[in-house]
Design a protein around this ligand. Structure first.
Ligand code: FES
Length: 243
């Protein structure tokens, strides 16, 4: 068994116990100290249920899929260039963790939770205020020209080449990353979340939205199983808002 798929948690009594990832909930620390939670291993597919292939992704285009829960959006990107590796990140609580880097032939494919680590702005079927901005494009968030995930709600910018580390704005930590892998047949799979996620606050705050888009909070909180439809942002949402 992959070491990362077998987590340790300290019980109230202080005794270390091991739990299979599919039976656990809440945020745990992996046994090497990283913030990490395993979820169901899920294949990324297109809107027709056909397997998405790493080699078919268009570079620097935002693809949206929901993971690890039915109601939590995430962003998939082929950045077109190799990311940094083994980036050390720190949560707003002072926890440190290591983001390993992009996957695929070039080490350029990444996935992140699309819920802003500041005040939870995120893409919805009606509009999106948080997305990747292609290299060369300007933003009011900072001087860097694109190559960033920008949340235009309060102008936080995150660098997807560096584990979505915050580079400017009021956010105090990175976006959580989604653990993604490319199989031998070039298909894409996601299996876990690394870093401090905002799922608990998100479900608490957006009850009305969960009802509108997913039929209620309970349905939105179900874990995604088997496959996750993955579509380009402009098809996922009616309006993209970028400052
Ligand atoms: S919610 Fe994203 S910057 Fe405030």
């Amino acid at each position: 068994m992959d070491r990362r798929n077998f987590l340790k948690i300290t019980s109230v009594s202080g005794v270390m116990i091991a739990l299979a990832p599919s039976t656990i909930s809440g945020q745990l620390r992996a046994d090497d100290g990283r913030l990490f939670e395993a979820y169901e291993k899920v294949q990324l597919v297109d809107a027709n249920g056909i397997a998405l292939k790493a080699g078919e992704l268009t570079q620097e285009v935002n693809y949206i899929f929901n993971y690890p829960f039915v109601g939590t959006p995430a962003i998939l990107l082929d950045l077109g260039k190799e990311t940094q590796k083994d980036v050390k990140l720190t949560s707003e609580d002072g926890e440190t963790y290591i983001w390993k880097g992009g996957v695929g032939a070039k080490g350029a494919i990444v996935a992140y939770s699309a819920i802003c680590s500041h005040q939870l702005a995120h893409p919805t079927p009606d509009n999106s205020i948080l997305q990747y901005l292609q290299r060369g494009k300007t933003t009011m968030a900072c001087k860097q020209k694109g190559g960033l995930i920008v949340c235009s709600s309060h102008l936080s910018a995150f660098d997807p080449l560096q584990g979505c580390k915050k580079v400017s704005g009021p956010a105090e930590q990175a976006l959580a990353s989604i653990i993604i892998e490319v199989a031998e047949d070039d298909t894409l799979w996601v299996s876990a979340v690394l870093g401090p996620d905002k799922f608990h606050e998100y479900f608490k705050r957006y009850k009305v939205e969960m009802k509108k888009y997913y039929g209620g909070k309970r349905k939105a909180k179900k874990r995604v199983q088997n496959s996750a439809p993955t579509i380009v942002l402009n098809e996922y949402t009616k309006e993209v808002i970028e400052y």
